[in-house]
Design a protein around this ligand. Sequence first.
Ligand SMILES: *Cc1c(COP(=O)(O)O)cnc(C)c1O
Length: 458
Amino acid sequence: MKSEKIDERNRQLETESKKHIWYPFTQMRDFVNEKPVIIDEAKGCILKDIYGNEYIDGVSSLWTNVHGHGKEKIDLALKRQIDKLAHSTLLGLSNTPAIQCAKKLIEIVPKGLTRVFYSDSGSTAVEIALKMAFQYQQQSETGNREKTKFISMTQAYHGDTIGSISVGGIDLFHEIYGPLLFDSFKTESPYCYRCPLKKTYPACNLECLDRMEELMKAHSHEVAALVIEPLVQGAAGILVQPPGYLKRVRELCTRYNILMIADEVAVGFGKTGRMFACEHEGVVPDIMAVAKGISGGYLPLAATLTSEEIYQGFLGKYEDFKTFFHGHTYTGNPLACAAAIANMEIFEEERVIEKLQPKIEHLSNELKSLIALLHVGEVRQRGIMVGIELVADKNSKVPFPPKDKIGHRVIVEARKHGLIIRPLGNVIILMPPLAVSMEEISKLCEITYKSIRIVTES
Ligand SMILES: *Cc1c(COP(=O)(O)O)cnc(C)c1O
């Protein structure tokens, strides 16, 4: 195309982007006055916009991308699959990639999870986990009909559907829907930087877990399951749980006969430095939800995995109606499953987790300079997941007021220097693909440092 033609096309895309799309998690009134960044291509960890500007993909296209964009093995797997079968239903039929993908998943998840129920987003994977736990208690011989409620954590994020919001704890996203939600018992999350119990780790001896135990003691007769983001609460701003926390949560669930649902949607597929976060503490949940990284960041796919015991609770004669009456239209989509198989094979063939370790260390070294900044309250890291909490005053930890849009201003500044990131309120999130190079890590941290400094100190 001639360059005037390209300019015209680009301007048209910008106009039409504002005219037709209602963007997620976005205040559209302000957004339409900003020049949108329109991504047109990507390779490795670099995104390219319609003008040819390049950016590091600093949040792995919202925590999904694993081995980089345009990864040859996944591209080829998809091309091969599309020539054979793009979609066929899993309702009453099966398909080859769905079977192979399930087998592969069972091989890599914590031992004890034996069954795979597919869906297409993290929210649905959690919604399914909640319904399964509830229905299991209602109808299984090993269940208990009194158990109809859930325990969830403050600051938790499990997705945007009504069920997953009901076990969510981020007021900004969830409060307005109050009248539509079912109640869940909340337990305080270990947000150690702003400890709700005003304690300090490790002197606290994880007192928050004593509170959790009290809650379980009082209500275990009516609680079906506890739902938790293991090791790291992602959308809360990368809140990292102290060592031993997760293991004790598992022990408490077992002791009080409460099913444990691990939402590995964000932390799964290598993000914490192990394939799954539960592995760090040798924890096997009863139900586990995975999504985001499962297809390597290529296509929408999710899975809810369960133990054999949960699965058995749904067996019976047809007329007993123990069936799990749930299933989304694109469930087990062959293309998405083909991408997921290739994704999991790459982990093995390229020893991705092993090669990730020095990158995690390098990232941690590069982040050290940030904590010295005047308005950086805390830098939290687990694996490749980073949360940088900005504060108006470092001593008192007083946050910036929402109207300052401080996080947003930092990420807009970062764009000017060739980095795409996304804030969660006053927390700047970094979460590059696992394929990120050492040089890209350095650049990512350098631009983040510079952008925070420019926005908060001038
Ligand atoms: C993103 C996320 C979800 C929701 O996943 P969607 O695919 O956006 O529906 C659920 N749980 C956790 C922990 C997440 O980070």
